[in-house]
Design a binder for this molecule. Structure first.
Ligand SMILES: [Fe+2]
Length: 263
């Protein structure tokens, strides 16, 4: 059944004892080390992508939460050793339409999210003893659309890694941009961050991904953004969040911030 959803010939997640599986884990770990991310192209088959889009696209018109916020690159009001008038506090706006976990429970992406071999594969690549889906009714699996003019602005992630599955890509606009290792645990590199915020960093790279690509990304020290979408078709991406402890829940405050409601 999962064969109908994922390309398990190319990515044998269902055969964890095989040499091909070990090679895949190694390849992903090497990519993570070199680029701060790995991509599995055509991981999800076109038919279940189409089924998911048929299910979610109408919901973006009727029941999605319109997530709009202004934030600086740190998502913080104050940063140690930085003066209040610093350009580092430049605010950007982020805008998308979000569907919560309990709004996408009947979709193939939900089956992927809960599929133990997928979770085990991520644990192996990320060198975690175990990972678990969230128990939160809203968080855990979200499907997000970026419509004309909407985007995700520059930020550092607060989570150790982010897992996304791209469901619909755009030809123009809505490009994922990132700047690898702009800071480190020892060096906040405020001068470098300021340059990025001013749009003057020559080392910004673009990821050109097609629908069906699985992307796992370490964004704690690699700021990234999604440029505004252009045109009628939205960019649609599912975000899969795992924790190292079972049963993870958001607080009411987090639910309000991400989804505009708490249940
Ligand atoms: Fe992020």
């Amino acid at each position: 059944m999962m064969h109908d959803i994922l390309d398990l010939e190319r990515y044998p997640l269902d055969q964890p004892d095989s040499a091909a599986y070990a090679d895949l884990v190694k390849r992903c770990q090497a990519d993570l080390k070199a680029d701060g991310m790995f991509n599995l192209e055509a991981f999800m088959h076109p038919a279940p992508i189409a089924r998911t889009l048929d299910y979610v696209l109408p919901k973006f018109d009727t029941e999605a939460f319109r997530h709009e916020r202004k934030h600086n690159i740190y998502f913080k009001k104050s940063i140690p050793d930085v003066a209040a008038d610093s350009p580092l506090y430049t605010e950007f706006s982020t805008s998308n339409l979000t569907l919560c976990s309990n709004q996408v429970s009947d979709t193939p992406v939900r089956q992927i999210y809960d599929w133990q071999p997928f979770v085990s594969f991520l644990s192996a690549v990320m060198r975690r003893a175990a990972l678990y889906p969230m128990a939160d009714p809203l968080a855990g699996l979200n499907v997000i659309a970026y419509r004309d003019g909407q985007g995700l602005n520059w930020h550092f992630d607060r989570s150790q890694f982010t897992t996304t599955l791209l469901l619909q890509a755009l030809i123009k606009g809505s490009t994922f941009l990132y700047r690898t290792d702009l800071r480190s645990a020892d060096d906040p590199n405020h001068a470098g961050v300021e340059k990025l915020v001013r749009g003057e960093d020559p080392d910004v790279q673009a990821l050109d991904a097609a629908a069906g690509t699985l992307n796992v990304f370490r964004g704690v020290n690699t700021p990234h953004c999604v440029t505004p979408a252009i045109g009628e078709r939205p960019r649609v991406v599912s975000v899969l969040t795992y924790f190292e402890t079972p049963g993870a829940m958001f607080t009411d405050e987090e639910r309000l911030g991400f989804y505009g409601h708490t249940s």
